[in-house]
Design a protein around this ligand. Structure first.
Ligand code: SAM
Length: 290
């Protein structure tokens, strides 16, 4: 296997100039130019030669080269057609890499896992395009794609929200959705100068370790997530008012109040005070009604 050549500013600039590459803002293109950060991501992902890795948005192939050296197989899905000839060049000689020119939100990942890994779970590793962080991560979880873990660079604020517990300002629907499916761990904070061009926000590497079974027993997942959304849609309102005002829910005032009373947290409790277990309990109580 060839040793990686990419991962510093000089090499990145050389490749960009060779191809006259123009950054596309609409694709969230901020390429990594720091070898220490690359190393941190790969170590946080815990990649070894048994692993089949899905890389979302390989860019010019910087992290792909490093992943190819550590993993058995790498599937790299890139939306920008202009990057494909560049990837073919920078990944020439890395014979365990498959490049796919597609929108990850439209990619049949379960089919890829079947083709490339005998249906066994993949590890997702990426420096994500920030404009679609949530749809990518929630899509991976909700579509029940076979995966072991997701280790990704995201906006720092988003990483904090994914890891937050009840009470704080960062806690919300995203925290609960992520923590229902996976155990989050922030592996590193990354400043803007590690990217080209520099993003306007701070970044963090987060690892989400997929649970084999969710940590709470929920009879109706859809209902629980509707309740969670309703609770945080109107953060300043009480939980009872949030649920009563939701267009997604159809319970009477009395049903909602009786269900909340069973939580033993007081009638004026706010949604942000409930943990995942309590949302599961509330949803199971309401599920028995309808
Ligand atoms: N991995 C590279 C690196 O670290 O240098 C590039 C990371 S850059 C933050 C995000 C990459 O995702 C870009 O290459 C961008 O073109 C690609 N991308 C954006 N939207 C995408 C989508 N919907 N599907 C696949 N790739 C996408």
């Amino acid at each position: 296997m060839k040793q990686p050549t990419l991962g510093n500013p000089q090499e990145t600039i050389a490749v960009l100039q060779k191809y006259n590459f123009v950054f596309q803002k609409k694709f969230g293109q901020n390429f990594l130019i720091d070898p220490h950060v690359l190393d941190k991501i790969i170590r946080a992902a815990g990649i070894d030669k048994n692993d089949c890795v899905l890389e979302i948005g390989p860019g010019i192939g910087t992290m792909t080269q490093h992943l190819a050296c550590e993993a058995r197989r790498v599937i790299a899905v890139e939306i920008d057609r202009a990057l494909i000839p560049i990837l073919e060049d920078t990944l020439d000689g890395y014979d365990n890499v498959r490049i796919i020119n597609e929108d990850i939100l439209k990619t049949d990942i379960a089919k890829l896992a079947e083709e490339e890994n005998g249906g066994q779970p993949l590890k997702v590793v990426a420096n994500l395009p920030y404009y679609i962080t949530t749809p990518i991560i929630m899509g991976l979880f909700e579509n029940h794609v076979p995966l072991k873990s997701i280790t990704v660079m995201v906006q720092k604020e988003v990483a904090d929200r994914m890891q937050a517990g009840p009470g704080g300002k960062d806690y919300g629907a995203l925290s609960l959705a992520v923590q229902y499916y996976a155990k989050p761990y922030i592996a590193a904070n990354v400043p803007p100068n590690c990217f080209m061009p520099r993003p306007k926000v701070g970044s963090a590497v987060i690892r989400l370790e997929r649970y084999e079974h969710p940590p709470v027993a929920v009879e109706n997942e859809k209902l629980m997530f509707r309740i969670i959304r309703a609770s945080f849609n109107q953060r300043r309102k009480t939980l009872a008012n949030g649920l009563k005002n939701s267009a997604e829910l159809n319970f009477s005032k009395e049903e909602i109040e009786a269900a909340i009373a069973k939580l033993d947290k007081g009638a004026s409790v706010r949604g942000e005070a409930l943990n995942l277990e309590e949302f599961a309990k509330l949803s199971n109580i309401l599920n028995k009604i309808k």
